[in-house]
Write a new protein. Structure first.
Length: 140
């Protein structure tokens, strides 16, 4: 399954634990894992028993503190850069003009440059649960 931000997921379902173990010890499995290791990071999660539902998180999913941290990591350097650049002007604009310019600068760069780059880089971290796994819930 393909997800925004360049993340791909492979879901496999087996009739029994024995079928799963037979697959894991097969030559095809070993070959596919070697091929995948060249361009991916394996993360294996098992859900036994009732059918499971895999919910692919959106860019806005994740714990609020992680989303806050990602946003702050993008905003802080831009605020510092803008304030540093504005100080170089020979005449300082009035406070309201400075606020208009800074908000426009900040929102534009966050929307089209900084946020997409940070999301691509940090999404795998942001979407993990407290055990380090992607969120999977059983369908009970």
């Amino acid at each position: 399954m393909e997800q925004t931000g360049g993340l791909f997921h492979t879901l496999q379902r087996f009739a029994s634990h024995d079928s799963l173990e037979a697959w894991r010890h097969s030559g095809d499995y070993a070959r596919l894992m070697r091929e995948g290791d060249r361009f991916s990071t394996p993360r294996i999660q098992e859900v036994a028993g009732a059918p499971a539902v895999a919910r692919l998180p959106s860019d806005g999913d994740g714990p609020k503190w992680k989303l806050f941290l990602i946003s702050w990591l993008g905003v802080l350097p831009l605020v510092l850069l803008f304030n540093g650049l504005i100080q170089l002007l020979p005449l300082q604009p009035p406070w309201y003009m400075r606020a208009v310019l800074q908000s426009c600068f900040l929102v534009a760069l966050m929307t089209w440059l900084v946020r997409p780059a940070l999301t691509r880089r940090l999404k795998p971290w942001a979407m993990r649960d407290s055990d380090g796994d992607a969120r999977v819930t059983s369908d009970d």
